[in-house]
Design a protein around this ligand. Sequence first.
Ligand code: CA
Length: 432
Amino acid sequence: MLNETHDPALRSWVASANQAGADFPIQNLPFGVFRRQASHEQWRIGVAIGSNILDLSQAAEHFSDLDQAALAACRASNLNQLMSLTPAVWHSIRLQLSRMLRQGSGLQATLEPLLLAQAEAELALPAAIGDYTDFYASIFHATNIGSMFRPDNPLLPNYKYVPIGYHGRASSIRVSGTQVKRPHGQTKAPDAEAPTFGPCRLLDYELELGFWVGQGNQLGQPINIEQAEDHVFGVCLLNDWSARDIQAWEYQPLGPFLAKNFISSISPWVVTLEALAPYRCPAFERPADDPAPLAYLDSSANRSAGGLDVVLEVSLQTASMREAGQAAEVLSLGNFRDMYWTFGQMLTHHASNGCNLQPGDLLGSGTISGPNKESRGCLMELTWRGQEPIQLSNGEERRFLQAGDELIIRGWCGNADGLKIGFGECRGVVLD
Ligand code: CA
């Protein structure tokens, strides 16, 4: 539902928030955790506005109508407490921030000292992540990957019924900017008799969105699809770095393990579901001969507005490009609305057996690939297992990631009329 915080005409007294195409206009107001660079300050919650961060712990002094629990959550060192509160509290905080940061609020002189330039800040993981689950919600990705291994039968029979996922590893999730050390592991060449242990040779990325669980559910109490979105605090960018050669040897019979958990990177800013309200869209339109979702995964609201229109761009800057001062080159451009399963369906399915989700849990969407070659969300698909290398404009080619490569994911909603709800960036440089 749209409200005054979504008004495209709103302008902030923070000038950088009003620039056309800025990631963080006053209509966005994402949350993160920050401190001054190279300091030993306490981590604290901030709200991105233009190229600045507003210190929420101090801005909260000027809030009204918030109870002690909500005020304490604003002054915490991560977002877990805030995530555990209700959508009504999240809305109240967003509304008050919007009113305080607007032109003419009368609070500019009071709040300006609470701003820190993002360039002077260090950002941390937004929350303590209890559990991380990664889904597989793009039918285009699943079909592409499946067809490499089973050309006659790319999609397994469960795909159109079950939002497929696996339990990932929360301890190795890092914030954007963390370097990615090439993992070692067991790999076996198809013609080799036995595996060897050594550096991964087929290092890949996976373009994904991450959904932050807000309020949890009690063990044994499923979450109805109608309430699913009340349990989602916000969204970030996610790169599920993947070692394809390790994965190929280890994944049967229990699924991904060490090929996936050496690091996963996320963007530092959590864009709230409320900020994304103007960009909701119908769920993926299933072809006529596909089965309808089972009743517990279906609702009219999910069908009409369960989707999310987020543009996602992946770009690469190799070490030679960086040395030559050459900008990163775009590898793919996709959109989250192409996902076969909505995030509401993923969350409902996750809790459908009574599994309890908790504030700060992270649900990965799975690689976001669309119907076209330009919208494939990983190198495995873009280069078709390395058979069709990408030609970069400086003459280099890539099948998989090499040392010095920096992979950059960006995402945004809107932008046609100059108003953009940006997710910022999720970056990582590969090191051997
Ligand atoms: Ca993945």
